[in-house]
Design a protein around this ligand. Structure first.
Ligand code: GLY
Length: 556
């Protein structure tokens, strides 16, 4: 690939980007693969596959291990989305996103003057939405798996009980909180002697191990309607939280219809609302389809990145304007993902435009988190993204349970038009209502070629999930990169608001200067999404974990 880049430079005088320096060789397996952002989780999933389990069994084990070893990003106090492509060719979409408690209300984070009360939607009991993770895993297992929850949870229980060595991502997340401010709960469970742990220190969560054991013996009803539900309700009452036992009892995963589109000759199967991910991804791909993108045409320099950024601005502008939970509000999905609409979304190739140029004007009538992908020898594929939202979620740990709760309520627009923790804005469609789900960016995706699975992909990283997933897809389809290069390659991100173009620091200064000359306010990214992806060619599975977060594939 590096050879190809220099050839492009000499022939066409296009300044191309370089593959990030630390690209590993892609790893390939014949019988099954698990790609996650933590090696212990990938190993657990691989073990399940090797012992005759299918991709859905492996997904449950992987997810539960992530709940322990990546508890800064996900956990049984959170939720997620899973797309399964079964060996029979069915597409199953499981929505186990957290839901607003019944007592939630539109103005719950506003003071009497209508101003947002700082931190109320991000830290503490009021920021917590009703968790869905266990019910989603349970549904997947009961309907598509083959093994018992008890067997699959044993890996997670082992790490919670005996401990595991913390890695760089855990340490960075803890140090971030240490500097920003943290709760006593958080320090007691994740710090040592009141200070963040160092790489290689051991992290245990004995209470969480006990909780997982109870659930593995008695089933998830303990969490939703048993002893654990009692503890959650009690802690909520004492601390001003809104979740009741009734909320927990009523939580059910929702089976949704997959959002489908195409990019060039590939079929894209992705996440519908309450995620914005699928719509934004397809809208951008539809815009890009109108351009000739390859090394030998436009190259991977400022001309291409400007078009990419402008497409992102259009789609994120629509995200802010239209998207929300379709169980509560109308979202013009079919128009937003249509090829005709994409043709109307103009891009000025000379310069970027004012904010009001993007999106809605053309429509007639849109960290924390973890992603994993699994493929098995039977032909099943899983692509799942799970989260407790920002690092360590709400920082609330329910007493005696070890369960770290999400702060997913911040994904609503607390005050329509005002930015959330990710700087994203939304309007009335994403305002708080009882039992409504906050808009997500999680984008689990499966891609088919000639009606056969070709790629599974997704990411963690708030709104950058979508642009990270997008650029990995383009890197494979348009630029012919191998999966490691595609995942590692330097990325950009634009979410329309704030009006800034985030670029990774490896992007050459002359490319940045050309983007500035087109009017972009260029900012060096302080963090990027972490992509996990699998490519399937000739019955061989090749996977890559984003080096930005430190996971690793495993398989056999
Ligand atoms: N909590 C991040 C997301 O769902 O987009």
């Amino acid at each position: 690939m590096l050879k190809k880049i220099s050839l492009t430079i000499s022939l066409f005088f296009v300044v191309n980007l370089k593959v990030k320096s630390a690209v590993r060789e892609p790893v390939s397996y014949k019988n099954g693969i698990v790609v996650s952002d933590n090696y212990l989780a990938s190993m657990a999933g691989k073990d399940v596959l090797k012992n005759g389990g299918n991709a859905i069994d492996a997904a449950v084990a992987t997810s539960l291990v992530l709940s322990v070893v990546r508890n800064q990003s996900t956990g049984i106090g959170g939720g997620g989305f899973m797309i399964i492509r079964t060996s029979k060719g069915e597409d199953i979409v499981i929505d186990y996103r957290e839901v607003a408690p019944k007592k939630a209300y539109r103005e719950m984070y506003l003071d009497k003057n209508g101003n947002v009360i700082p931190n109320l939607s991000t830290v503490g009991y009021k920021s917590i939405a009703v968790p869905g993770l266990l019910s989603g895993l349970d549904y997947a297992l009961k309907n598509y798996g083959t093994k018992s929850f008890k067997e699959l949870s044993s890996y997670a229980i082992k790490y919670a009980e005996n401990g595991f060595k913390v890695d760089k991502h855990f340490v960075v997340a803890s140090e971030t909180l240490y500097k920003r401010g943290y709760t006593k709960d958080l320090a007691n469970t994740f710090f040592s002697n009141g200070k963040p742990k160092k790489i290689g220190d051991i992290q245990k969560n004995i209470d969480l191990a006990k909780t997982l054991k109870i659930i593995s013996e008695k089933g998830i009803s303990e969490f939703y309607n048993g002893s654990i539900a009692d503890k959650i309700e009690k802690a909520m009452k004492i601390n001003g939280g809104l979740i009741t036992k009734e909320d927990l009892k009523n939580y059910k995963p929702k089976i949704r219809k997959a959002l489908k589109g195409s990019y060039r000759n590939y079929e894209i199967i992705t996440m519908p609302p309450p995620s914005s991910g699928g719509i934004v991804l397809l809208e951008i791909l539809n815009i890009l389809e109108n351009y000739n993108i390859s090394w030998n045409s436009i190259g991977y320099g400022s001309e291409f990145l400007h078009i990419l950024a402008e497409a992102m601005k259009h789609a994120y502008s629509d995200r802010a304007e239209y998207l929300g939970d379709t169980d509560f509000v109308n979202v013009p999905i079919n128009q937003l993902i249509s090829k005709e609409y994409a043709k109307k979304l103009k891009i000025n190739i000379e310069k970027t435009m004012e904010n009001n140029f993007y999106g809605k004007k053309y429509l007639n009538d849109d960290s924390g988190t973890t992603h994993f992908c699994i493929a098995d020898k039977y032909g099943n594929i899983v692509s799942a993204t799970e989260t407790i939202n920002t690092y360590f979620g709400s920082q609330v740990i329910i007493p005696e349970t070890g369960i770290l709760m999400n702060n997913e309520m911040d994904d609503f627009s607390s005050s329509p038009g005002k930015p959330n923790a990710f700087g994203l804005i939304g309007n009335e469609n994403n305002s708080i209502q009882p039992l409504k789900k906050p808009l997500s960016s999680m984008t689990p995706t499966i891609i088919l070629k000639d009606n056969k699975p070709f790629m599974a992909v997704g990411a963690s990283g708030g709104p950058r999930i979508i642009t990270g997933t997008l650029q990995t897809i383009i890197n494979v389809i348009d630029f012919g990169m191998n999966i490691e290069e595609a995942v590692s390659f330097s990325r950009i991100h634009h979410q329309w608001f704030p009006n800034k173009l985030f670029v990774e620091k490896e992007i050459p200064i002359d490319v940045i200067n050309n983007l500035k000359a087109k009017g972009h306010e260029v900012v060096i990214s302080s963090g990027e999404s972490a992509v996990q992806a699998i490519l399937i060619k000739n019955n061989i599975f090749t996977g890559a974990s984003d080096p930005r977060k430190g996971g690793m594939p495993d398989g056999y």
